[in-house]
Ligand binder design. Structure first.
Ligand code: NDP
Length: 327
């Protein structure tokens, strides 16, 4: 038997509980894992609370991230005892995920744990950290250098935002953090932000073109904020978009693109090709300051996951929640 968060939908509606399951009910897969740590990402919070249509197949064990030790493998790439991690690939959405003590899945989903990371370090980053790195690498690939000006990070208290601030500042970029927790600017400054702005500045209706400010941006908020970020990006600047915490809509004109040559680039972590994933995790191993982990992560047991998922949707969670599935 193993403990798991279990979501179902039936005649009685949407239900979520912490329960014990028999290993025989685990879906088929080439690699079986004893999970050590998982996380709660925004997407997990939407799945657990039922606030977003994340789950594609019921019943479901949520958790888009996991790290642990291989207990069995039918694939030559993995053997019992290997330390591995999984992020995305529809895990926790279409396939049973990491908020459980056991998991099983396709060998293609698994990556070897970066050598210098513990399973807990890896989940302190999880999808949020790896997505932050994908955004940073996108800015780099499009020629945004530290001498070009300020880089804006929105949703700066969240997982992607917090990690993006540290990664960018470590590379020497001048980072401006946009946050709804304006009273908590010490947090953002400790991560490396040089300036903190209230998210209200960017979240209301704006003009097609605003005063040029940002050389680049990492946006997790979407909606009107993303439109305003594009409108205030400097000539030739690059905006990476990966999230939608303000909304899915994008009330934007073409003005920033055709008059200032601004690029808006989408970043997806879920089906990102394996070579890009490996490159992102390899870069995280060298560029992520593990000491910062204590500033931005909090470890909780499976029994707190359901409550903390609601808190995350209510905007009450700062940084990253790591889940010790065996606590
Ligand atoms: P978190 O919940 O950790 O952080 C989200 C942050 O967004 C909050 O901390 C808050 O920051 C800000 N925020 C929340 N609500 C609002 C609002 N109504 N208006 C403006 N800002 C708001 O989430 P993650 O960092 O894990 O994920 C952020 C987004 O990125 C989510 O939409 C998620 O789905 C998406 N994502 C996408 C990925 C991809 O592959 N494309 C991968 C990972 C995440 P503050 O308090 O500082 O304002």
């Amino acid at each position: 038997m193993f403990k798991a968060i279990y979501i179902d939908q039936g005649d009685d509606g949407y239900s979520v509980k912490l329960t014990e399951l028999d290993e025989s009910v685990l879906p088929d897969g080439e690699v079986s894992v004893a999970v050590e740590y998982s996380t709660i990402n925004y997407k997990d919070a939407l799945a657990i609370t039922g606030k977003g249509p994340i789950i594609r197949s019921f019943p479901m064990v949520p958790g888009i991230d996991l790290a642990g030790t291989v207990t069995g493998s039918r694939d030559v790439r993995f053997a019992p005892g290997d330390r591995v991690l999984v992020t995305g690939w529809g895990v926790g959405e279409r396939h049973w995920g990491g908020l459980a003590q056991c998991a099983r899945g396709k060998a293609d989903w698994f990556l070897p744990l970066p050598k210098t990371f513990s399973t807990r370090d890896a989940m302190g980053l999880g999808t949020a950290g790896y997505t932050a790195m994908l955004c940073v690498q996108t800015l780099l690939a499009h020629g945004v250098t530290a001498d070009q000006g300020e880089i804006l990070v929105t949703g700066a208290s969240g997982g992607v935002g917090s990690i993006a601030i540290q990664l960018l500042s470590k590379r020497g970029y001048r980072v401006v953090a946009s946050t709804g927790r304006f009273a908590d600017t010490e947090y953002h400054k400790a991560l490396g932000a040089l300036e903190v702005i209230d998210r209200e500045v960017l979240s209301g209706p704006g003009s097609p073109l605003e005063k040029e400010r940002w050389a680049g941006a990492v946006d997790v908020v979407g909606g009107q904020t993303l439109a305003n970020v594009c409108a205030s990006t400097k000539y030739g600047g690059v905006v990476t978009a990966c999230g939608l915490t303000q909304g899915m809509n994008l009330p934007l004109t073409v003005a920033p693109f055709i008059l200032r040559g601004v690029s808006l680039i989408g970043v997806d972590s879920v089906y990102c090709p394996p070579e890009k994933r490996r490159a992102a995790w390899a870069a995280l191993e060298f560029e992520w300051d593990v000491a910062v982990r204590h500033q931005i992560t909090r470890c909780i047991p499976l029994s707190e996951v359901i409550d903390q998922a609601s808190a995350m949707i209510d905007g009450k969670v700062k940084g990253r929640l790591v889940v010790d599935v065996n606590a």
